[in-house]
Design a protein around this ligand. Structure first.
Ligand SMILES: NC(=O)c1ccc[n+]([C@@H]2O[C@H](COP(=O)([O-])OP(=O)(O)OC[C@H]3O[C@@H](n4cnc5c(N)ncnc54)[C@H](OP(=O)(O)O)[C@@H]3O)[C@@H](O)[C@H]2O)c1
Length: 282
């Protein structure tokens, strides 16, 4: 039995599907069981991941756990990780590529802090780069018009398909050979943001143009939508840096699976509906 947290999210849904396909029993910690949309064979434990008692109950008797920490702060993570690892030693944690072992811990953000909390467990860390799904922030503009606003359109990114992340999570959850490994996961290619928009345009068959924002304009817009100020500042600076110094493509997905990983074109194909249709209210 494997516990999946974040099972209703982008990565978690595919982790659940991969485990079921492998014939493994799955338990999921969910907040809203009636809305989970998970397959009926998944055992649901209702609770909030911020509640150590709920996590303890969800992890009782499982052989391994897939953990994500759905917050930009590690506040409250210590008792939750303690409750989890009291019950289960084997944990595959969805971390981030910006965690680097050779930089001061404060640069490793919430992901580095959760990795440290897991130090005594039998862990595997999936240090993942930017998700292709982050481009869904453009979806509303694309559905309702033909302009996509962004800073740094020439920023080069190696965005990853959520299914590639889930593939590696499933491998790691099913094989103890991955204990103590840190996998760096990105997509198989670097595309600039304007190339990403061109890919979406070609897949959905719609002419799209880019309206370039200054970093300051982008930062102010992020703040206006409630984004944390440190995250907003860090993001615009990071995107600007990728114009001259694009993100890397890491080899780990290919090494582990023998395949190069799904392209951004494939991801756009899988998510074309998000750029074409508006979800009906209610
Ligand atoms: N986006 C990136 O570029 C990137 C890069 C590296 C790492 N990451 C990490 O990836 C993780 C997000 O993964 P994702 O995109 O697959 O998730 P997601 O689609 O954002 O979904 C979040 C999942 O977490 C669950 N969740 C949220 N708050 C919860 C709570 N308080 N108690 C219980 N469950 C809760 C949600 O359940 P409900 O159905 O109840 O909402 C949902 O299943 C984050 O930890 C993020 O830091 C992201």
């Amino acid at each position: 039995m494997i516990l999946v947290t974040g099972a209703t999210g982008k990565v978690g849904r595919h982790v659940v599907a991969g485990l079921l396909e492998a014939g493994v029993a799955v338990r999921a910690l969910v907040r809203q069981p009636l809305l989970s949309g998970l397959p009926p064979e998944v055992e649901l434990v209702v609770g909030d991941i911020n509640d150590p008692a709920a996590v303890r109950k969800a992890a009782a008797g499982v052989d391994a756990a897939f953990l994500l920490w759905p917050s930009f702060s590690a506040e409250g993570a210590a008792p939750v990780v303690e409750a989890l690892t009291e019950q289960v030693r084997r944990v595959v944690y969805l971390s981030a590529l910006n965690v680097k072992d050779d930089q001061p811990a404060e640069y490793n953000g919430v992901w580095g802090q959760v990795e440290q909390l897991l130090a005594a467990a039998d862990w595997t860390f999936l240090r993942v780069g930017g998700f292709a799904a982050n481009t869904l922030t453009w979806a509303e503009e694309i559905r309702t018009g033909s302009t996509v606003s962004m800073p740094s359109p020439k920023a080069g990114r190696s965005l990853i398909h959520e299914r590639d992340i889930a593939d590696i999570a499933v491998l790691a959850l099913l094989d103890d050979a991955h204990i103590g490994r840190k996998y760096e996961l990105t997509g198989p290619q670097v595309l600039t943001q304007e190339e990403q928009v061109a890919t979406i345009a070609s897949v959905i068959g719609k002419d799209l143009r880019i309206a370039e924002q200054s970093p300051e304009e982008a930062r102010q817009l992020m703040l206006a939508t409630g984004v944390d100020p440190i995250l907003a500042e860090g993001s615009v600076q990071y995107w600007a840096s990728l114009v001259d110094d694009p993100e890397p493509v890491t080899p780990d997905y290919k090494t582990l699976t023998g395949n190069p990983g799904r392209t951004f074109h494939q991801w756009t194909h899988d998510h074309a509906a998000d750029f074409l249709t508006t979800t009906p209210a209610g």
